[in-house]
Design a protein around this ligand. Structure first.
Ligand SMILES: Cc1ncc(COP(=O)(O)O)c(C=O)c1O
Length: 391
């Protein structure tokens, strides 16, 4: 894939820092045993690595208790546990039109079964959720507000701290899907009044696929929804209530935890703000170039403020999937196209009927030249559609 211009970093970041591949291979070779189950040296050391990673990530997210940093397969896995563990029969939930299916589908299933009632808050013309709309949507029976920190379609970063304050005042649990922001933006769950923060390892935290998790503020009411082996209190009939076991069962993905640890170390070493600043200057370069092209429509891309480096666009008269195929086949550029698992966002943008948008997602290893190649390719595709040659 040496000539590939990879601009699908909002799906998963690629490549990973060299240290991630190296540490995964090295650690799995030397310590690929079951952590936290036995007392022999390698098992204790593997458990130390896991504990150290819980601590590192809890600190990184502003959490106070490393045991409340729990691991899962990915954000979708944790969001399922959150929805099922927090909600009870008769509850009302507030969410937004910007959500990914990993929030929407667990809610739809409970909604369809008549267990919960859901309010979907729209976003404004610039792509932001108004905290007052969330406040107005709250009811006496609202138990949960669940929403993303940043949209994976239009890249808008939501006013999470303000919404967290509203939820805290109302005594409502506030869960944030930080799939697109953990590792990309500074996060402090205490300052932002977030009760549950869900992350995925393979995006901006620069780890591998198959690892994600949540930080759950101590005292947040959430039931255990999965049961099994934990390596502690094995004679008990029931799954332990304490964290991290309440949210974990079975043998941990030690290879994933090792990769995630190396990814987070890289992000900390480089500095979240530095990575973000560099990516956003590439975002502006892409946005400015694409904006100049007649027949290109960009969505909610007026300003780089409160954004992550994701852009959505369409070329008049072309399906997003066809543009993606041309970028791939003719220019070796990888971009995600379609609805990006966020159908309500596209419905509100009016792009659902044209099957979504083209979404370049910029990552830490992209360059200005790659962005220029993307803009040039889109210019040519657009001109060809209009029947004009480009020099
Ligand atoms: C906003 C958002 N939420 C959730 C997810 C799901 O992440 P994962 O596939 O790692 O479970 C994604 C992934 O694209 C996302 O962008």
């Amino acid at each position: 894939m040496s000539d590939l211009i990879y601009l699908d970093n909002a799906s998963t970041t690629y490549p990973k820092p060299a240290g991630v591949y190296a540490f995964m291979a090295e650690f799995y070779r030397s310590h690929g045993v079951s952590p936290g189950r036995s007392k022999f040296g390698a098992a204790v050391e593997a458990e130390d690595m896991v504990r150290g990673t819980r601590r590192m990530l809890a600190d990184f997210l502003g959490g106070t208790d490393p045991d409340h940093l729990t691991f899962s397969y990915n954000a979708s896995d944790s969001l399922n546990m959150v929805v099922q563990g927090v909600l009870r029969d008769g509850d009302h939930v507030v969410t937004t039109n910007l959500e990914h299916n990993s929030v929407l589908r667990p809610l739809y299933h409970l909604e369809q079964a008549g267990v919960i009632d859901v309010t979907y808050v729209p976003f404004d013309v610039d792509g932001y959720v108004d905290p007052d709309d969330v406040r107005r949507a709250l009811r006496k029976d609202t138990r949960l507000v669940i929403m993303n920190h940043a949209s994976n379609v239009i890249g808008t970063v939501q006013p999470i701290g303000e919404i967290g304050g509203i939820c805290r005042e109302a005594g409502v649990c506030f869960a944030v899907d930080a799939s697109q922001t953990a590792g990309a933006l500074p996060i402090d769950v205490e300052e932002m009044a977030v009760d549950i923060l869900v992350f995925t390892g393979h995006k901006c935290l620069l780890g591998p696929t198959g690892i994600g998790g949540s930080y759950i503020k101590p005292g947040t009411p959430i039931a255990c929804t999965r049961f099994g082996g934990t390596g502690v209190r094995s004679a008990d009939r029931f799954h332990p209530d304490e964290f991290p076991y309440r949210m974990e069962c079975g043998t941990l993905n030690i290879l994933g935890v090792a990769g995630l640890r190396a990814g987070v170390e890289y992000v900390i070493e480089q500095g979240v703000e530095n990575i973000h600043g560099r990516e956003m200057s590439l975002w502006e370069r892409a946005r400015d170039g694409l904006k100049e092209i007649e027949s290109v429509t960009l969505y909610c891309a007026d300003t780089p403020e409160n954004k992550i480096p994701v852009l959505s666009f369409n070329i008049e008269g072309l399906e997003a999937a066809d543009v993606g195929a041309m970028l791939d086949v003719d220019y070796n550029i990888a971009c995600r196209t379609g609805l990006h698992c966020a159908p309500l966002a596209h419905r509100q943008l009016g792009t659902e009927r044209i099957n979504g948008s083209v979404r370049p997602g910029i990552g830490p290893f992209n360059t200005g030249d790659e962005i220029d190649t993307l803009v040039g390719a889109v210019r040519r595709i657009a001109a060809a559609k209009r029947g004009r040659a480009v020099a």
